[in-house]
Design a protein around this ligand. Structure first.
Ligand code: DX5
Ligand code: ZN
Length: 218
C-alpha cells in the first residue's frame, strides 16, 4: 500500500515543513491537485508548486489534473518535475494520444474517473496505464465525505486491472481516512490519496500517517 498525501489540505504557509514531516513518516508519494475552475468549480495549484517542492523531496510527485484541457498542461508539469500525470477520462474523447505523450516523455501515465463514470470505460486503456484513479468524492474540494457506494466500483476496477494489466496501480481519492480506508483496501485499492485525514488530523501529520500504515501489515 502506498500513501499519497494530498497537499491541497496542507498549510500552504508551511508547505515545505509539512511535506518533510510526511516524508519522514514514510509516505511514498505526494498528490498535487490541479483545478482549473472549468472541469471543477474551484482553482488550486499550477506547475510552480511542483517546481518549488521538487528539490526538497525524493517522493514520487503525482499530479492530478482536474482540468478541461489537460493536453495544454502536461508538458509544463513534467518539465517542473512531476513523475506521474493523471488526466480525467471525462474530458477526453480518446485518452490514448495524451497517455502516450506522457509515457514518451518518460513519465508514468494515469487515468481518473469521476463517481458517475462507469468503471468499465477504463478497459481499452488499461494495457497502457501505470495508474487508474477511482474518485470516491465528486472532484473539486478537499474535506468531503467518502461516497459510500464506492467499494463495489473499486472491487470491479481491481478485477479489470487483474485481468488486463496487474501492474497498474489502483488509487482512490476523496474522503479517505483511518475510518474509511479499510473498505477501500478490502476492495483492492493499493494507493490511497489522503488530504484532510493527514494534514488536518488533530493527531498531527506523523501520527495520522502511522495510523493509516497500521491498517496494512508490513
Ligand atoms: C478532490 C481532490 C482530492 C482531495 C482529497 O477534488 O482530487 O485529492 O484533495 O482530499 P480529502 O482527503 O480531504 O478528501
Ligand atoms: Zn486528487
Amino acid at each position: 500500500m502506498h500513501l499519497a498525501p494530498s497537499i491541497l489540505a496542507a498549510d500552504f504557509s508551511r508547505l515545505g515543513a509539512q511535506v518533510a514531516e510526511a516524508e519522514a513518516a514514510g509516505v511514498q508519494r505526494l498528490h498535487v491537485d490541479v483545478m482549473d475552475g472549468h472541469f471543477v468549480p474551484n482553482l488550486s495549484m499550477g506547475p510552480a508548486v511542483v517546481e518549488a517542492l521538487r528539490p526538497h523531496t525524493r517522493l514520487l510527485i503525482e499530479v492530478h489534473l482536474m482540468v478541461e484541457q489537460p493536453a495544454k498542461f502536461t508538458a509544463a508539469f513534467i518539465g517542473k518535475g512531476a513523475d506521474l500525470v493523471i488526466v480525467h477520462h471525462e474530458v477526453l474523447e480518446d485518452a490514448r494520444p495524451l497517455l502516450s505523450e506522457i509515457k514518451n516523455r518518460g513519465k508514468r501515465a494515469g487515468l481518473a474517473i469521476n463517481p458517475h463514470t462507469p468503471v468499465d470505460v477504463l478497459v481499452p486503456y488499461l494495457p497502457m496505464l501505470d495508474h487508474a484513479l477511482c474518485m470516491t468524492v465528486h472532484p473539486g474540494f478537499g474535506g468531503q465525505p467518502f461516497l459510500a457506494d464506492s467499494p463495489p466500483r473499486i472491487a470491479r476496477l481491481r478485477q479489470l486491472i487483474n485481468t488486463h494489466n496487474p501492474k497498474c496501480d489502483l488509487e482512490v481519492d476523496g474522503g479517505i481516512d483511518a475510518r474509511t480506508a479499510p473498505a477501500v483496501l478490502a476492495a483492492g485499492a493499493n494507493v490511497l490519496v489522503v488530504g484532510t485525514g493527514i494534514f488536518c488530523n488533530p493527531l498531527g501529520i506523523a501520527a495520522a500517517i502511522r495510523e493509516l500504515q497500521a491498517l496494512v501489515p508490513s
